[in-house]
Design a binder for this molecule. Structure first.
Ligand code: SF4
Length: 366
């Protein structure tokens, strides 16, 4: 059963220096063509299953004009959904307006995710993003006023020459916004980005670790549950859509560069916008074996504070977790713990989660 859909809108008003997502500059001339290709892809693939979650991400979906958004929502109306469907829409403050928020609300969007990333003008200039903190406040207030209260803010940290003090100011500002969900990411320098080409550095590991711990401590103190390694929320505001990824469930991915996980296949659309516009989507297809599936269940589930249920794993795969994997070695090293019949990574090891997962894969993929 496929009950989640991701829709990729690749257009951005500006290109951030660190970004390796699939994106292009907003260009009015190609948006309509893109939306037509998107509609065609959805019609040819989607099998009318009820959707628990729909996530419109990018790129910057809010870069579309009012008219283009109406076309997009006419396409989304083809999906089988109801008032309980979580519909998330990603926005940037450089392109969202009160009028667009009214439209989103009228189209039953009930979760908004904003890329803020920094409150520091020097950093925002360096990463090529616009910053107007009073506009940020007025947009968040407006969301709340019209009942769009399920709001996420993305924060990025770890930029070269930043200090713990800078991070404290970012967090202070975000806490004042009183939003129920916060996602935080440490800067990574990816190939094919401006930062990579310019050989930009990031902060050192020690400071990065201090920042990770600081974020955890201050947000938990303010009643945000650190429910996933990069995500925090007030009670009841976990992202249902992302939870579908972490729980290793099937999902559709529509749009250029989007990935689907359907019928034991991971299918990734090519990142060529030209090919997509011409309806020549080349797809990379990877078969997922039962063993792969069980491995995914663990490596995705271990990102969650609650980890993976031993009982649910056995019910789903007809094999006990202990039989399926060699985990004793990791348990002996206290990299993984068993608590309340769940397999988890203890919080003091979250910072090294990636190396734990590599060790887990090395032990279990011979
Ligand atoms: S980070 Fe977001 S807004 Fe910036 S270029 Fe990438 S997709 Fe566009």
């Amino acid at each position: 059963m496929v009950c989640s859909t991701y829709i990729h809108i690749p257009f951005c008003k500006k290109i951030c220096s660190y970004c390796d997502f699939c994106k292009v500059f907003y260009n009015k001339k190609i948006v309509n063509k893109y939306l037509k290709a998107l509609e065609k892809e959805i019609i040819s693939t989607y099998e009318n299953e009820y959707q628990k979650t729909i996530y419109i991400g990018g790129g910057t979906p809010s870069s579309l004009s009012q008219e283009e958004l109406k076309i997009l929502f006419n396409i989304i109306d083809k999906l089988n959904k109801d008032k309980n469907t979580e519909i998330t829409f990603e926005c940037n403050f450089d392109s969202i307006t009160k009028e667009k928020l009214d439209l989103l609300k009228s189209k039953n969007v009930n979760r908004i995710s904003f890329g803020l990333e920094t409150t520091n003008k020097t950093i925002s200039d360096k990463i090529n993003r616009d910053l107007d903190l009073s506009y940020v406040k007025s947009i968040i207030n407006y969301c709340k006023k019209i009942g769009l209260t399920n709001i996420n803010i993305d924060l990025m940290y770890g930029f070269k020459n930043t200090t713990l003090e800078d991070l404290k100011k970012d967090i202070e500002f975000i806490l004042e916004l009183e939003v129920p969900h916060i996602s935080t990411y440490s800067l990574e320098i990816h190939e094919n980005t401006r930062f990579y080409i310019e050989k930009e550095n990031r902060i050192d590991e020690d400071l990065d670790r201090k920042m990770y711990d600081y974020i955890h401590t201050v947000l938990e103190k303010n009643n945000y549950n650190h429910y996933e390694i990069s995500n925090f929320c007030k009670k009841g505001y976990e992202s249902k859509h992302n939870n579908c990824y972490w729980k290793n469930e099937f999902y559709y991915g529509f749009g250029v560069g989007a990935s689907s996980y359907l019928n034991n296949k991971r299918i990734t659309n090519s990142r060529s916008i030209t090919a997509y516009l011409n309806n020549e989507i080349s797809k990379e297809i990877d078969e997922v074996t039962k063993k792969d599936k069980m491995i995914y269940e663990l490596i995705l589930g271990l990102r969650l504070k609650d980890g993976v249920s031993i009982k649910e794993f056995e019910e789903k795969y007809n094999i006990s977790i202990y039989e399926a994997f060699k985990i004793d070695e990791l348990i002996n090293k206290k990299l993984i713990i068993i608590e309340n019949n769940r397999v988890k990574v203890p919080f003091d090891k979250w910072y090294i989660l990636n190396s734990i997962l590599i060790e887990f894969l090395e032990v279990n993929y011979e």
